[in-house]
Design a protein around this ligand. Structure first.
Ligand code: XMP
Length: 333
């Protein structure tokens, strides 16, 4: 990550015309920096890496190689969307790696949240590095670094302690030291979104809610099992579908489902039915340092509860987390 300072003269990108100007300028800068060399990008499908991919595709086309690592902890249809948009629609060189088994085997039986995060972050780098070694003649590594990342790392350099270890591509092995391309390094998130739309990325991708690097891994609490992970993925998709339908998706900053490693007794088809509870979390925040709870209307909660308990195998209750941050963090792990 570069150590940059955003100049006061930098005009805030608030509309398509300003975004187009930024894109034109960056295309020139990237072409000059990269020449005819090859660039590698870890494309997670998040807003920042997606916008970098679209920008680099415009600047250098087939000199860009994107690697999408599916760690098996993505939300429903997320990896499929990355393939559809970047490979099929934008004709980008995309290496899709289904590493589900690698990740889930390493995580089997691991219940400590920080250990889980570390395993996921480390294995992500391992898988990405394996793919990078297979490609020949790569000179640059592109990253979706944005200005708040730079500010955050400056704060950490001053000795402030992080609450959780976040995962990011960084710390690649010694034999893979590339020069960096970070075209969004001076932008704030809202500007990245405006640039993304100007580059033709779908609204849903550009306005996607934040999703942690370790993905559903930190929402499938304790030791992850495939059956509970599958239930979490389905329940989360139902929550998102209902939020889309009632307009909450546009209003709420982050919303998702958590499934703890606990079963309770229930009843289904007149028989005892032991199942997990699905916990709904919906929060609003400006900077993720503190957060308040969205008051979801009862009718919506009932609809979500009915759908999750009837459509998702293994879930027999739905709970609603009313805890702000502090004292709860946004994620449960
Ligand atoms: P917490 O749980 O610490 O989360 O209140 C604050 C915000 O950060 C997101 N989050 C992550 N984002 N990598 C990320 O890129 C991570 O490892 C990670 N862990 C948490 C979380 O979803 C929330 O928006």
């Amino acid at each position: 990550m570069q150590n940059l300072v955003r100049p006061e003269s930098f005009v805030r990108i608030t509309n398509e015309a300003l975004a187009n100007e930024f894109i034109k300028e960056q295309v020139k800068v990237i072409k000059e920096q990269v020449g005819n060399k090859k660039v590698l990008l870890a494309l997670s499908g998040g807003v920042d890496s997606s916008v970098v991919a679209a920008l680099l595709a415009k600047a250098i086309g087939k000199q860009l190689y994107c690697v999408h690592v599916n760690h098996g902890l993505m939300r429903k249809n997320e990896s499929e969307n990355v393939v559809e948009i970047f490979e099929k629609q934008m004709d980008v060189n995309l290496i899709y790696v289904d590493a589900t088994d690698r990740f889930l085997n390493l995580l089997a039986g691991v219940s400590d949240p920080e250990s889980k995060r570390k395993i996921i972050g480390k294995e992500f780098i391992n898988v990405f590095a394996d793919e990078a070694r297979k490609l020949e003649g790569i000179s640059y590594l592109a990253q979706g670094t944005i200005y708040p990342d730079i500010l955050e790392s400056q704060k950490q350099a001053e000795g402030k302690k992080a609450v959780k270890s976040h995962h990011n591509v960084g710390g690649l092995p010694e034999d893979l030291q590339f020069e960096l391309v970070e075209p969004l390094a001076l932008l704030f998130k809202d500007e990245v979104r405006v640039v993304g739309e100007a580059l033709g990325l779908p609204h849903a991708m550009v306005y996607r809610q934040p999703f942690p690097g370790p993905g559903l891994g930190v929402r499938c609490l304790g030791a992850i099992t495939r059956d509970r992970l599958a239930a979490l993925r389905e329940a989360d998709a139902i929550l998102r579908d209902e939020f889309d339908k009632c307009g909450l998706a546009e209003k709420v900053w982050q919303y998702f489902v958590i499934i703890p490693d606990v079963k309770s007794v229930g009843v289904k088809d007149e028989s005892r039915y032991e199942g997990w509870p699905a916990i709904i979390r919906a929060v609003n925040t400006k900077d993720a340092m503190s957060a308040t709870i969205e008051e979801i209307p009862y009718a919506v909660l009932h609809k979500i509860t009915n759908r999750i308990t009837s459509e998702v195998e293994g879930i027999n209750r739905v709970l609603y987390d009313l805890t702000p941050k502090p004292t709860g963090t946004i994620e449960w792990e």
